[in-house]
Design a protein around this ligand. Structure first.
Ligand code: HEC
Length: 204
């Protein structure tokens, strides 16, 4: 590993816990278990969805941090690309599908649909108005599905791959894997994107 990378890894490891706090990790609701047979309740489903976000986010941050320690930022970008979808799949349980989206995305597969775009724009306005990132949650029933989103802030850890001044090695590997990348140029505290969850409503 190059010296610059080693410094970055040390910084990242320190930053990981800050990242969790900043991006709302500590603020998630306690687990609630809605039985499949129970009638739909917005509050119950919202609680259940929010409880899925915590371990999903933790798995992502742990995976990226470990890959950084193992092989530096280039390794972490490759790992992130390879495992982010399977981490999302692993946390999609009991009828839920979990993922991430953003107005400025890195992977086109994460591009927002109409409801997500509208919600991200509303989150951005609320951030501008001074609302704390961890309070930004929205839910709705759209086309027979319960939809839930929770804002993701930008922490110092994230700047290594989403900031303004990427190291040349990181920039090169991101360009290689994501030629249409729009997810750089962020600063600490910016709205980076959102967790997005969906689940089919019970049949009438
Ligand atoms: C090691 C580099 C790296 C770090 C550090 C990193 N990311 Fe990413 N991020 C990526 C890559 C690569 C993707 C695309 C993953 C994929 O292909 O699904 C991504 C995707 C995302 C997405 C999904 C939307 C999109 O743009 O495709 C969000 C949201 C996101 N990152 C937020 C964050 C936040 C918040 C942090 C800090 C806590 C962070 N990232 C740290 C590399 C990184």
């Amino acid at each position: 590993m190059k010296k610059r990378d080693e410094t970055m890894v040390r910084r990242l490891t320190r930053a990981a816990s800050v990242a969790l706090t900043l991006s709302g990790f500590a603020a998630s609701a306690p687990a609630a278990t809605a039985s499949d047979a129970a009638p739909f309740s917005n509050a119950t489903w919202q609680g259940e969805g929010l409880a899925l976000i915590t371990p999903f986010q933790q798995a992502l941050v742990t995976t990226v941090t470990e890959a950084m320690q193992r092989g530096g930022p280039a390794e972490a970008v490759t790992t992130c690309q390879l495992v982010a979808p399977s981490i999302a799949a692993a946390h999609s349980t009991a009828g839920w599908r979990v993922g991430r989206t953003a107005l400025r995305w890195r992977n086109a597969a994460n591009a927002p649909d109409a409801w997500e775009r509208q919600t991200l724009e509303a989150f951005a306005q609320r951030v501008t108005a001074g609302e704390p990132m961890e309070t930004l949650v929205a839910s709705a029933v759209v086309d027979g599905e319960f939809r839930l989103m929770k804002a993701i802030g930008t922490a110092p850890l994230c700047l290594n791959c989403h900031g303004e001044a990427l190291s040349p090695g990181v920039a090169r590997i991101i360009d290689e894997h994501y030629p249409d990348d729009q997810a750089r140029g962020f600063q600490t505290g910016d709205l980076r994107g959102a967790f997005t969850l969906r689940r089919a409503l019970p049949q009438e």
